[in-house]
Ligand binder design. Sequence first.
Ligand code: CAA
Length: 403
Amino acid sequence: MNQEFLTPKQQELIQKVRELSKTYILPNAAKWDRDQIYPWEIVQALQAEKLMGVWIPEKYGGLGLGVFELCLLVEELSRHCGGVGVAYAVNALGSFPILLGGTEEQKQEWLPPIARGEKLISFGLSEKISGSDAGSMITKAIKEGDEYVLYGEKKWNTNGGAATIYTIYATTDPNRGHRGVSAFLLEKGHPNFEIGYMEDKMGIRTVSVHELYLNGARVPADRLLGGKEGTGFANAMMTLDRARPGVAAQALGLAQGALDLTIEYLTKHSGEFPKSYTYEDGQFFPDEWESAPKSSEQAIQFRLAELATKIEAARHLVYTAAKLIDAGAKNISQISAMCKLFATDTAMEVTSECMSLWGIEGCLRDHPIEKYYRDAKITQIYEGTNQIQRLVIARNLLRSFSA
Ligand code: CAA
């Protein structure tokens, strides 16, 4: 892809992450995936390069860049391993709630260690019976004096166990539905807050996904995000609007990585193609064969052209969404949902098609194409299923016409 429109700083960041990926991800990705090992080596390398909080403002210790740079880095990491891409991106998902809704004291206390990479953060919204309908959560926080006591279970917590800080959503007023949802900041090791069952997943196996158990965890009132009850649902929605381009960038990296690997294979490996034909009874019969790179077949070239075009289209949507967010655009829900929908569906199509182009080899366990395919599937599901993205897009479209 031609990236000449990127600034020298952005190109430098990508180059740095590319080098780190080659050093730390490439030799380890298959092992991390097989044994579900958290990718600490690359996380620590990113920490050492001060790249863990590129989206966090400088006054809180970050690089003061934006969602666009976050997406560039997630894309690059995911070209090498989708699990590492999300392990990185989830720190944005977890820290956006603080950036968007935290008090100044909370920002000063919680953001600098995340920006420095000393602490990873995770996002606790979903529950066993509350996924797409996020407002129906039953985890509750009961006010007792100047503390809140939290009871319930959280599900699908990405980076669970590895993260030190957890943004937890709980209802402080069940009678008010989504308007009763509040957000809290908890730390690993807090009494009665347990990192529970670890999922055994099909893809993104290097990143840990856990259940979280709140068995009467008492937190001081200053852990209530923004210091105000009932603001949690809108905070979660605004967070997801800003985080979904990160999932789209993960999908983009997976699609690009799978296509690059496939093109390399098709240009380096030969197939037998008919050199001359005899025409008989209305049919062509090959009478001489020759060896040529698989990529010389026009049917394959046309397919590669279609896949590359879709990736490029997805890239433009992701970059546009990220830039609109960074520009402070008013309504970002629609474009954010669109880029997530399109890029993740593209990743699924590209990785599946690349597997077909590799033939049976691509279906073997531990084959990089098989991993790209497995890693891609979840991107259509988490941070809002693609059905939810369609719902968000449609609601915004209809609203703009009825306004
Ligand atoms: N920004 C700000 N506020 C918003 C908003 C937005 N984008 N979207 C909705 N709201 C507000 C509305 O204004 C409304 O406010 P009022 O009550 O004051 O009027 C309120 O939220 C409710 O809005 P809706 O009626 O539209 O809510 P809904 O319940 O019908 O639908 C939904 C909302 C879009 C379906 C939402 O529930 C949703 O996004 N669901 C998917 C959740 C999700 O993505 N979960 C993934 C979690 S992360 C994960 O997967 C794991 C991981 O670690 C990676």
